[in-house]
Structures are given as C-alpha cells and as structure tokens.
Design a protein around this ligand. Structure first.
Ligand code: MN
Length: 733
C-alpha cells in the first residue's frame, strides 16, 4: 500500500507551502471511514483512495485536490456525513467531494452509444469546479488499472464506459497521458484478440522499424546540431488503441498503418518550431496536405504542435511532430497544468484568464451546430452555454439553457407535443409547466388535444425553438380570430343595410378595397379590421358605394335591445386574450356580471359574445373551440352592468319603497322597476339594477331577502325570459 508520506513528499516537491496538515487529516479520516472495507482484489479499500491521491499528486495538483482524492468515496460508501466533511475540511473540499459523488451516481450503463456525448456534457455541466473531473479521472485511472480483478461482464461494462465517456473527457481537458492510459486499458478488455495481435505484431515490427526510425532520428539530430538548433529528437510508437482505431476507421490491416512509428522533436522554446520545420522539409520531401499547424490554430483542447509527414529513405513516409517543451507539458497534462497555479496560491490574473479561456473553449466545443442559422439563434438567446441536462423517459439526455421549463422540453420533442402540452411530470411528480428544470431531471410531458399554447408561456421559456413556435402559433391564432371577427363585422354591417354579403365580399372586391386602404390582400384588410387597426366605417365605405346605402329602419327591437356595443374591450371591463381591440357584446341568455366566470365566442355577424361559463349556450359551443376566446374581467376598467332581479313579496303597501331603500343602501341604482300583483295577492317586483359586480349583487339580494314581507329574491340571467315572465305576470294581472 502506498504510504501517505510518499504522497506528501510528491506534493512538497510541487508546492512547498501547501497545507500538508489537511492532507494528513484527510488520510486519517478516510482510514477511519473505510476501516474494515475490502476491494474485490482482497486488499484494504483504503488503498484505492491512496492511489487516487497519488495520481493527483503526480498530476502536480495541490492539497485540496489530493485531500479530495483521499475522501472521494467516503460520502458514497461509508457512514461519513456531509456535515462532517464540511466541518472538518471546509466548504471547498466538501463541494468537490460532493461533485465527484454525484457524477458516480449518474447511471451510465446501458445507454445508447450516441448518448455518450451528452453524458460527457452533463458531467462537465454538473461539475462546477473542474477539479471534480480531475479527481473523477484519477479515480477512473486507478479503477481501470485494477480491472483484472473483476468478472468479465463487469470488466467490459466499465471498459466501454471508460472509452465512451472518460477517455474523451481526458482528451477534451487535454490530459494526453490519461486519455492514452484509459484507452489502452479499456481496449485490452473490450477486444482482447485484437489487442494481443497488435501487441505482438508491434513487438515484432519494432526491431525493424526502429532501425529505420533511428536512422532518421540520427540524421535530423546531426543536422540540427550543425545548424546550432537545440532540440530533443525521439522515435515514438503509436499507442495500441490509436493503431486499432485507425485500422477500424479506415478499414485497413495492421501492415497498412504507415505511421505506427513517428518522430517527435521537442525544442526549448516556441520560436524554434518553425525553423525546425523548414530544416526538415529541406532534408526530406514532405507529403502535400499533411502539414498541420496546430501552433497557429490550436485544437479545441489547446493542443499545440506542428505535424508533417515526410518521405524518408526507401520512400517510406514518417510522421514528425514538432513542439516546444511548454507545448509538450500542455498536451500531456492539459488543464491540470493550469489548475495547479490556482491551488498553489499563485493567483496571477493572466493564469486565471488562461484557465477561464480554456474552460470556455471547452464548452464552446460542445456545441455541435449543424445549421448556422440555428447557431446564430442560439447565440442570441443562449449567449453562454449555461446549460442543464435533462433525461427523457427513454433515458436520452437533452441539453437546455439554464432556467428552461417543461414547455421548452415539450417543444424540443416536437412542436405538436409543445402545442398540446398541459402538464409535466418531473421525476415522476406532477409539476407546473413553469417549473425550472434541474440537471438530471427525468421529464415526461402530458398532452391533451384540447390544449393550446398561451401567451403567458413566453415568459417561461428559455429556448429559441419554443419561443419561435409559441409566437408563431399565437400570431396564427390571433390572425385567424381577427379574420373571423373582421368578416363577422362586415357581414353584420352589410346586413344592417339589407345588403347581401355575397355581393360585396367576394375576393376581387375585397382586394380592390384593400389596395385603397394600403393592404395587399382582402384578407389582410379584414384582419386589420378585426384587430381594430381599421375602422369598420372606413372599410365599409370602400366596399359599398354611397348610392347603395339606404338608412336602415329603426326597429323597436334595436332600441330596447339592452346589450351594449362598444369597440374597445377595455371600456367593457373585460380583457380578451391576444386581441386588444375588439367588438364585444354580453350574451342576453346569461347576462354575465363582473365576478361571473366568463368565456367569449366569435359569433356570426355580431362580434365577440361574452357568456358565463356555466351558460347552456357556452357549454354547447365549447366543442367548437376555434371560435372560443379566453376573456377575463378587467377590475381596473369594468364599469356598471345591469342585473335583473325578481322579488316575490306579500302584496302590501310600502314594500317597493323598502326594497328601493335596501338597494340604495348598498350603493346601487334601480334603472327600471315593474310591480305586478300575482295570483293569490302576492306581489312580483321586476327590477333592473345597475351594479358593479357580483358581490355587490349578492349583498343586495341578502339585504332585500331580510326585509319583512319578502318571500324570495331571484337573479334572472336570461333577458328574454325576464321580459317574457314580466309579460306573463302582466297578463295574469
Ligand atoms: Mn473511487
């Protein structure tokens, strides 16, 4: 077992003023927690965290990372509590241990291969601190080193996961040695035959190849020495897994892989790299198209080098990589070489900036964007990829901007799902559509054919896709409603003058009228009318010549009709969703009062009719939902409305006076009153009362009911039946 002193010594070499005491305490705590636990190999469990800490020390990380390495399995596998770790080691250590524990809990088995990319993203997103990933990688390096103790099925599963997730993560972070070690060790368990074939062939080939490579190495070294350029020239075998990948991806045999051995030239400073490239190309013929300048254009993981392939003696091509010592450290240690500066207490801002740049590039790289327009859209709204990763019920991972809700999720599935969603389950629990999703949530969308997007949703979406789809749905719906309404208005107006709509509303006439008021098509003019952008009188005048108009007869009905007509919904005291300016009438069948639950219907020729929700007519029309519009009372603007009451009383003098006083006491006016004497000497008082809302009406009814001599008070909603009853009573009278 590795002794902790050994790790401390390693740390002291890299960071003489580190907090060694913290590492000792972490060791003691881990030893206590894992006491008695054994690994599958039979050795004490404590050996694993010690090895992980040792790897982190070798990566030249500081006391915090090394302590986390010692503690990384305590939360998951022992009785240690979060509070204990926080208290003993501080919040920074706790946060990283917690991050490592959470990554371990992402169940990555049995996932589709294509999901690996998203799981890697999720891991990156969940790790607020990049050290979480460094510790996790060190953990995986040791687990894969000790894979031979496990059963074959388990070996394969871990090896596959390592290849899918952890080796690419190491690559992304630029840590070349971890990537190589993880790949080679996983390769061995996943394709044992191919592994041993490559291993043996490589061993056999190395003698022969080496002579050839040695010869070129010698030539280059000699020439550089003569030219006075300091550089270290070495032969370099390709590693097993990259040979195998190349064979598989290009469908070639081992013998056909020409760059099994390469040459690496390492210079003390960056400046010499290009000079060496020039010298090389003057010595050997370069293969066109094989020169890659990763110094001027570093790879996304910050890898820098010059690559060229030249033809040596016997016409055999050989790849040469040229890089400085700085670049060499960078591509072996990657982001870890940056991190140590922070932990070392050297918080020079340029180092920090470099590190931030690194992480930023890393995240940018994740955004695989196929459509450049989609990219621009993304950039506008999701300026920085502050993302959350969500599971579908089928365990696929999807990424969303932070703050995204189930609505975003629904639209990402399909616009039909988005437009029909009524609710969502997150981790099996019903939640509001406005709930913000968190990393790792499993989201399921509930849909209904009745459901429609609402304008309110726009406040709760984060993805451009959902925003665009909702807006376009609403615009389309609004346009359709405005078109219907505009048509109804025109038809109504034509009928008022006894003109036939068919004569004036055919497309060519509408189009001509439209051009004269600045619209391209008849429909767009009618929409503008429905939206209130054009006045009905103006459109009417364009469509109907003056001589065709004869003033309509004034019918008694049109005078007594108690429905109110106003252009502006705000003046009517109701708000109509999606439409600001609309013709509104209150239905005569239910005479809605402020406080009643209401709903609007676009009617033939009479604008928007507001019914109470429980009115039989609105229930009937409910299925015809294209005509149905959401309306609510607007408390700020609602004015007075008339309500009808039937009060049944004993027929005695003064009753009407008492009723009037009770109504006046409650702040309402009586606009009409008819007192009739019914059979049996009872009085029926038909009242029309001007009130502001339902609660006032209820107060009035209560007050009237309490008067002596009053038998009953009834609100009559239906205007026609009110008049009919009144007439009937009169007859009886
Ligand atoms: Mn572990």
């Amino acid at each position: 077992m590795i002794r902790p002193e050994f790790i401390i010594e390693e740390l002291r070499k890299n960071m003489p003023d580190a907090d060694f005491d913290m590492v000792w305490r972490a060791y003691a705590f881990a030893a206590k927690c894992h006491k008695g636990q054994k690994r599958v190999s039979g050795e004490a469990y404590l050996n694993h965290p010690l090895e992980v800490a040792n790897i982190l020390a070798k990566m030249k990380l500081g006391h915090i990372s090394i302590s986390v390495g010692l503690l990384h399995d305590t939360l998951e596998d022992t009785f240690a509590t979060e509070d204990e770790i926080k208290e003993k080691f501080g919040d920074e250590v706790f946060q990283i241990v917690d991050g490592v524990t959470k990554i371990s809990m992402i169940e990555t088995s049995n996932k589709e291969h294509q999901q690996s990319e998203n799981i890697r993203k999720m891991i990156l997103a969940m790790a607020k601190d990049i050290r979480v990933i460094l510790v996790k990688l060190a953990d995986r390096v040791h687990n894969v080193r000790t894979l031979h103790y496990l059963k074959p099925a388990k070996q394969k599963k871990i090896a596959q996961e390592t290849l899918d997730i952890y080796a690419p993560l190491a690559n992304r972070l630029g840590i070349g040695w971890i990537k190589t070690e993880l790949e080679n060790n996983s390769f061995k368990y996943l394709w044992p035959n191919e592994y041993s074939e490559i291993k043996h062939k490589l061993a056999a080939l190395e003698l022969e190849r080496d002579k050839y490579i040695d010869q070129i190495v010698e030539q280059i070294s000699e020439r550089l020495r003569l030219d006075g350029v300091a550089a270290d020239v070495k032969g370099r075998p390709k590693h097993y897994y990259s040979i195998f990948s190349k064979m598989r991806s290009q469908n070639i045999s081992f013998e056909e892989v020409y760059d099994i051995m390469g040459i690496r030239v390492i210079t003390p400073t960056d400046q010499e790299c290009y000079a060496i490239l020039g010298i090389l190309h003057s010595m050997f013929k370069p293969i066109p198209g094989k020169l890659k300048d990763y110094i001027a254009l570093p790879k996304a993981n910050m890898y820098q080098s010059l690559h060229t392939t030249v033809v040596g003696s016997g016409g055999k091509p050989v790849e040469v990589q040229i890089r400085s010592q700085r670049m060499d450290v960078l591509c072996e240690e990657g982001i870890a070489s940056h991190w140590r500066y922070k932990e070392g207490g050297d918080k020079k801002s340029d180092r920090h900036d470099e590190q931030i740049t690194w992480i930023r590039r890393l995240l940018e790289w994740q955004q695989e964007v196929k459509d450049p327009r989609e990219f621009l859209e993304k950039v506008k709204i999701d300026l920085f990829p502050d993302e959350v990763y969500i599971f579908t019920p089928r365990q696929e991972v999807k990424s969303f901007p932070r703050g995204a809700t189930p609505i975003d999720f629904a639209f990402s599935v399909h616009s039909d799902v988005g437009e029909r969603c009524i609710g969502a389950k997150v981790n099996g629990k019903l939640v509001s559509l406005k709930t913000q999703l968190r990393n790792g949530d499993i989201v399921e969308i509930l849909t209904s054919t009745q459901a429609r997007p609402s304008r309110d949703w726009l406040k709760h979406v984060k993805t451009s896709k959902a925003r665009t789809k909702i807006s376009s749905y609403l615009n389309q719906a609004e346009r359709q409603r405005a078109l219907n309404l505009g048509r109804e208005l025109l038809v109504g107006e034509l009928e008022k003058y006894n003109l036939s709509p068919g004569d004036y509303m055919e497309e060519s006439k509408l189009a001509a009228g439209a051009r004269s008021v600045g619209y391209n098509t008849g429909d767009s003019m009618v929409v503008a009318l429905g939206l209130g952008k054009l006045k009905l009188s103006a459109v009417f005048a364009r469509l109907v010549p003056k001589e065709a108009i004869t003033e309509p007869e004034v019918t008694p009905e049109s005078i007594v009709s108690p429905t109110t007509v106003k252009r502006n919904s705000a003046q009517m005291g109701v708000k109509v969703s999606d439409i600001d300016d609309i013709l509104i009438r209150f239905a005569q069948c239910c005479n809605p009062l402020p406080g009643d639950d209401i709903v609007g219907f676009i009617s033939r020729g009479r604008g928007l009719i507001v019914h109470t929700k429980d009115c039989a007519n609105s229930t009937n029309m409910g299925s015809d939902s294209d005509r149905c519009v959401d309306v609510v009372w607007d408390k700020k603007t609602s004015g007075k409305r008339e309500a009808m009451l039937l009060v049944k009383t004993e027929d005695r003098p003064g009753t009407l006076a008492n009723v009037s006083v009770a109504i006046a006491d409650n702040g309402a006016n009586i606009t009409e009153a008819n007192v009739l004497t019914a059979k049996g000497g009872n009085g029926h008082i038909y009242l029309t009362v001007e009130i502001s809302d339902l609660s006032q009406l209820q107060r009035i009814m209560g007050a009237v009911m309490r008067l002596s001599g009053v038998h009953s008070v009834e609100r009559i909603r239906n205007l026609r039946s009110f008049s009919a009853q009144m007439r009937k009573s009169k007859k009886k009278h």
